[in-house]
Design a protein around this ligand. Sequence first.
Ligand SMILES: O=C(O)c1ccccc1NCC(=O)[C@H](O)[C@H](O)COP(=O)(O)O
Length: 212
Amino acid sequence: MGQVRVKICGLRTVADVAAVAAAGAAYAGFVFFERSPRHLSVAQAAELALAAPVGLAKVALVVDAPDAVLDAIVEGVPLDMLQLHGHETPERVAEVRARYGLPVMKAVGVADEGDLAALFDYSTVADQILVDAKPPKGSALPGGNGLSFDWRLVAQRRWLRPWMLAGGLTAENVAEAVRLTNARQVDVSSGVESAPGQKDAGKIAAFVRAAG
Ligand SMILES: O=C(O)c1ccccc1NCC(=O)[C@H](O)[C@H](O)COP(=O)(O)O
């Protein structure tokens, strides 16, 4: 594993999990959002999670999920972290942490300076922060859109909790993103795909190498 910890999000097959593990990524992300081409059922995610080697952290991504949905995911899938990728309030983040006893990563969309205060607010309650590009208005997906934001907005910033940089990262630009922001963790989905929802083992390996 390199110095920068990598999360590959939106895995759909056991072969994806094997590719992520072989590349040396730290986290594997499973998406539970029906409109996404990366959506998994609880049974599908359980199969992938059970195929993950020790040391690869398994993250379940949900969007404004009610307790009943989270209950089913947490009961059915062996997990290491929950990622909240909707409009969950800081109070909801605290509630989810307390209810499930799992670390919670809150995704925060960034487009301009005005979005930075939310990063601080969530860093007081979440275990980690995912600093992602804000989805364009009317976008079908709250994340996984392959769009970057201006990395200079978060360059060299510090928050109270560990954070990951996301949004439009690829093997070609991740080293520059890390250099500019000093991110110690990065997250990618569409940048390691050959088509929406189709992970590419070669792109995964190249991305993890390039992240450093
Ligand atoms: O990936 C999805 O389909 C998705 C659906 C609903 C909410 C969030 C989603 N992805 C979130 C992620 O963690 C992505 O890895 C992150 O937004 C970066 O995506 P990309 O710009 O495609 O690398």
